[in-house]
Design a protein around this ligand. Structure first.
Ligand code: MD3
Ligand code: FE
Length: 218
């Protein structure tokens, strides 16, 4: 077996109830995705947001989609316009939507239709502290995460802040679908190592596809 060269086999794996790890499934699309990211950030520039408490995120962020995630002194929320430009957020590229929907379907969430894509960029030392994603009303929908570029350690805990965290190495092209009972689990990202990747140079990018609102019922 070639296992000794490739390391442990990386296949679909359930990390926690409702959380499915799909290693490498975006590799064939990652180059095109980076081209599309560059187009998006040309109209919705990356920025370091402020927390409601007045600290700044070390991660640079922007959004595409009908809604974008924001944080400032007024709190965390989703809005349809970019406060930097005053314009609507750029559209989510069509290929990203079908890909995110297919990944969600593979994890058992066939009805997932994303409205927002948060784009995070990590340079060396950038991190994301332990938090829950709870600014979405549509909490019965999963979040689909795609990692690109430099590898990072993702930290995932449980339903309470003091649940011990497990570490998961996320490499370029890895996808994780977080839904069901893990949707409100605490999670974060350890400081990015000073490293390089041929696709992205010194950076790690993460895309998270999100359903924010519950569809209206007739
Ligand atoms: C687990 N981003 O933007 S994505 C975030 O790599 C965020 O940039 C990280 O956490 C990153 O909010 C991790 C994976 C992720 C996203 C949402 C989750 C994991 C999750 C929601 C619940 C549990
Ligand atoms: Fe998060």
């Amino acid at each position: 077996m070639m296992d000794d060269l490739l390391g442990p086999l990386r296949g679909p794996e359930t990390l926690a109830p409702g959380a499915i790890f799909l290693p490498g499934v975006a590799i064939s699309r990652q180059e095109r995705m980076m081209v599309e990211i560059r187009q998006i950030i040309a109209s919705a520039p990356l920025r370091r947001l402020s927390t409601p408490g007045g600290r700044r995120f070390s991660v640079e962020m922007t959004n595409c989609g009908n809604l974008g995630w924001l944080s400032d002194a007024s709190g965390y929320r989703y809005e349809s316009r970019d406060p930097v430009t005053g314009a609507l957020w750029p559209s989510i590229p069509g290929g990203w939507i079908t890909f995110a929907e297919e990944m969600a379907a593979r994890a058992g969430y066939a009805a997932f239709r994303p409205q927002a894509c948060l784009i995070n960029r990590y340079a060396a030392g950038a991190r994301m502290g332990l938090h829950q994603d709870r600014d979405e009303t549509a909490l019965n929908n999963p979040i689909v995460s795609v990692s690109l570029g430099v590898g990072a350690y993702f930290l995932f805990g449980g339903a309470k802040r003091d649940t011990p965290v497990r570490k998961l190495r996320l490499l370029s092209g890895d996808v994780v679908v977080w839904g069901g009972r893990s949707r409100l689990f605490y999670h974060g990202v350890a400081p990015l190592p000073a490293d390089e990747h041929p696709l992205t140079g010194v950076y790690r990018w993460n895309l998270t596809f999100r359903r924010v609102t519950v569809p209206d019922r007739p």
